[in-house]
Design a binder for this molecule. Structure first.
Ligand code: PLP
Length: 363
């Protein structure tokens, strides 16, 4: 058995060993073709079936209603920072949109959208150092806005939204890059959901984009065809050569997720894993959780130690103990443990035990 660390990287992230082994075993011969999945046409019958099955898996696991289409789009999460305004700003003549600033990725989304239209930040977590999701004022929900954008889980901060705001007729857009398929979501509450794949749905290369069908067809002039949701929908996401390997891995991962009992079982397992770490953080004053209790993420657990010297020692000793990639995002600092779907409970237990032991020796 090859050496494997407990990998807490925020993305790309750890994959189930069974999925990696299946990739290995199938790599030379895809679907009995005698050629690898990365050597065959994306328009071959076999590959197009794979894309269709992947889409159907997403639909079933997330309970996506018929009102919404499921697209696969190049360019990861960042490309959607532009694709969303390009597709949706044209829904209303004012070409404006509302954003909530909950940390670095929300800020990047705001920056990219600002190139396409009038973008208003209606609430920001900046004043509380992004330790929580800010309150929205109902008066800020301008009915002339084309959409309201949220980052449902803030990967670097370790916070998440637990209830969606009631924005009336304004479509909600959710960047679910770091929590898609980790908890149940009522998809019909959203106009658009997007997530790049390399955290909870596999490896880098595509975003899953779920779009309410009546919001398509309003793309601004000049929108590249590869970013035009209607075009992608009409082409079954095969407008050009898709990242074939990424979609293949996504399908394996969705099958794995199904085998684990689907989304409800995954949500419970994720809550259990996160609690193992939050319980250590809450036990005393040695570690301090960044996120306010009411807004804690189950995917990214962020915290500090009493001082910089002990933080450095913690990260170095964790690494020596096979606990990999725990350094916090540069925007936040401290420690971050990313524990997406594929992180086994044993990995989280190993970290919790290391934390307890480290505190005992370095208190
Ligand atoms: C919440 C969130 N949105 C967007 C992104 C950007 O994704 P990508 O690197 O695929 O562009 C990330 C990446 O970590 C993220 O965590």
């Amino acid at each position: 058995v090859p050496h494997r660390v407990h990998n807490f990287n925020a993305g790309p992230s750890t994959l189930p060993v069974s999925v990696l082994e299946r990739i290995q075993s199938e790599l030379l011969d895809f679907a009995g073709l005698g050629a690898s999945v990365i050597e065959v046409s994306h328009r071959s019958q076999e590959f197009m079936r794979l894309v269709e099955e992947t889409r159907e898996q997403v639909r079933r696991l997330m309970n996506v209603p018929a009102s919404h289409a499921i697209l696969f789009c190049h360019g990861g999460g960042h490309m959607q920072f532009s694709a969303v305004p390009l597709n949706l700003l044209g829904l209303k003549p004012a070409r404006k949109a509302l954003y909530v600033d909950t940390g670095n990725f929300a800020l990047r989304a705001i920056e990219d959208a600002s190139r396409q239209g009038y973008i208003r930040t209606i609430a920001s977590g900046r004043n509380t150092d992004y330790d929580r999701i800010p309150e929205l004022e109902p008066g800020d929900l301008d009915p002339d806005a084309s959409y309201l954008h949220l980052t449902t889980n803030n990967t670097a901060m370790g916070t998440r939204w637990n209830a969606w705001p009631d924005a009336g007729a304004i479509p909600l857009v959710g960047d679910m890059t770091s929590d898609i398929l980790s908890r149940r979501v009522e998809v019909s509450r959203f106009g658009v959901i997007y997530a790049s794949a390399q955290k909870n749905v596999g490896i880098a290369g595509v975003s899953v984009v779920i779009v309410r069908k009546d919001l398509m067809g309003h793309a601004l002039p000049g929108t590249p065809s590869l970013l035009d949701y209607r075009q992608l929908h009409e082409d079954g996401s095969l407008t050009n050569t898709v990242p074939t390997f990424t979609l293949y891995v996504m399908k394996l991962l969705l099958e794995w997720l199904d085998d684990q009992g689907g989304l409800e079982a995954m949500e419970q397992a994720n809550a259990r894993k996160a609690k193992l770490l939050y319980d250590v953080l809450d036990r005393g004053a040695y570690y301090r959780a960044f996120a306010h209790r009411a807004h804690r993420s189950d995917m990214n657990i962020t915290f500090t130690l009493p001082d910089a010297a002990r933080l450095e020692r913690f990260l170095a000793q964790a690494h020596e103990n096979g606990l990999y990639a725990l350094k916090g995002h540069s925007f936040r600092g401290g420690v971050r443990a990313s524990i997406y779907n594929a992180m086994p409970e044993a990995g989280v237990r190993a970290l919790a035990e290391f934390m307890t032991e480290f505190e005992r020796r370095n208190g």
